[in-house]
Design a protein around this ligand. Structure first.
Ligand code: GLN
Length: 308
C-alpha cells in the first residue's frame, strides 16, 4: 500500500497504470500546430503548498494551455469587476460542447459560464476594457501565479487560431448583438487567441493554481489574489463547469476542482494541500485529455485526496 502522502511514489504508480492508455484518443486537429504535437507524451506534477514539487514524465515540457487560460482570464476579470461580472456571464454548467452556440439565443446572449468559449469571450471583452494589452495582462498574471518570468504565448499558435476562429467570431458577434460585448469583435478575438496560446508546463500550472488551494493567497509571494470566499466560489465553478460537458462525469470520477484545455492539459487542486497538473495531448470525445482524466481519477482514488 502506497503512503498517500508520498507523492513521488503515487505519481510513479499512476504513470505505470496509465501507460497503455497514453496516446489513445485524438490530438486537437483544428490548427496544424496542435495537430503536430506527438500524442504519446505524458507528464504530471503535484506542488504542495509548502513548495515541494513532485513530478513524473514530461512534467517540465511546455504545452499550449488553451482553455486553461480561461481560468486566469476569469480571476483577472473578477479582481476588477467583482460580483458585477455575473450580470454578464452565468455560473451554471452548459451540458453542451465548449464551442457551442445553441444556448446563446434563448439566454439573450448571456453565456452559461466563463469556462466555455462564449463565456471566455465575454470575460476577454472585460479585460479589453480594463487593460491596454489584455493578453499581456494574462501572461503577466500567469507569471506571478507560478513565480516564473519564462511564460509567453506562442505567436504561431495564436496566428493560426485567429485565422480559423470563425466559430468564435460568430459567437462574439451574436453576443455583441445582445449588447454583451463592449469592444470590437476583432480586438476581443485577437486577445482571446493570444491568451489561449500561452505555453506552460505541468509544474508551472500546478504552481499557478496553488493560490486557489490556499484560500486565495499566492503561497509564493504571500499576495491575496482573491478573498477566501471568492477562491471557494471559483473553485466550485471549476468543479461544475471546468471540463466542459464532461464536468459531471469528472466530478464523479475525480472529485476535484479542475480546468482542462484542448492542448491536453488538466489543472486541478486539492484544497488546503496542493496544485496538480497532468498533460497528455490525445483527447477523448469531449475535448479532455484521455490519459489525463484516467491519471487524475487514479490519483484521487489511490491518495484518498478528493474534496468528497
Ligand atoms: N482556443 C480553443 C478554442 O477557442 C480553446 C478550446 C479549448 O481548449 N477547449 O476553440
Amino acid at each position: 500500500m502506497t503512503d498517500t502522502r508520498d507523492y513521488d511514489a503515487l505519481l510513479h504508480q499512476v504513470h505505470q497504470a496509465v501507460l497503455p492508455e497514453i496516446g489513445r484518443g485524438t490530438v486537437a486537429n483544428y490548427i496544424p500546430e496542435l495537430a503536430d504535437v506527438p500524442p504519446d507524451q505524458f507528464g504530471m506534477a503535484v506542488v504542495t503548498l509548502d513548495g515541494k514539487v513532485h513530478t513524473v514524465g514530461h512534467a517540465q515540457t511546455r504545452f499550449s494551455i488553451q482553455s486553461i487560460s480561461k481560468l486566469f482570464a476569469l480571476v483577472l476579470a473578477f479582481q476588477r469587476q467583482g460580483d458585477a461580472l455575473w450580470e454578464r456571464v452565468g455560473r451554471e454548467p452548459s451540458g453542451t460542447p465548449f464551442n457551442s452556440l445553441v444556448q446563446l439565443e434563448s439566454e439573450s446572449g448571456k453565456p452559461r459560464n466563463p469556462f466555455i468559449n462564449a463565456g471566455a469571450l465575454v470575460i476577454t471583452d472585460m479585460l479589453c476594457t480594463n487593460f491596454a494589452v489584455p493578453e499581456n495582462a494574462v501572461v503577466e498574471f500567469a507569471r506571478q501565479l507560478c513565480d516564473s518570468k519564462e511564460i509567453h504565448y506562442d505567436r504561431r499558435v495564436a496566428r493560426s487560431e485567429r485565422g480559423t476562429s470563425d466559430r468564435n467570431a460568430a459567437m462574439a458577434h451574436f453576443m455583441k448583438n445582445f449588447g454583451n460585448l463592449r469592444n470590437p469583435v476583432d480586438q476581443v478575438l485577437d486577445a482571446y487567441c493570444k491568451h489561449c496560446a500561452i505555453e506552460m508546463s505541468c509544474v508551472e500550472l500546478a504552481r499557478a493554481v496553488a493560490f486557489l488551494a490556499n484560500r486565495g493567497v499566492n503561497p509564493w509571494n504571500g499576495e491575496q489574489v482573491l478573498s477566501a470566499s471568492a477562491a471557494k466560489r471559483l473553485s466550485a465553478l471549476m468543479l461544475t463547469c471546468g471540463t466542459y460537458d464532461a464536468a459531471g462525469d469528472f466530478a464523479f470520477r475525480v472529485g476535484l476542482p479542475a480546468k482542462s484545455g484542448v492542448g491536453g492539459g488538466i489543472v486541478a487542486l486539492v484544497p488546503g494541500e496542493c496544485g496538480v497538473c497532468v498533460w497528455s495531448p490525445a483527447l477523448e470525445h469531449s475535448g479532455n485529455s484521455h490519459a489525463g482524466l484516467l491519471a487524475l481519477e487514479l490519483f484521487t482514488t489511490l491518495s484518498g485526496r478528493s474534496i468528497f
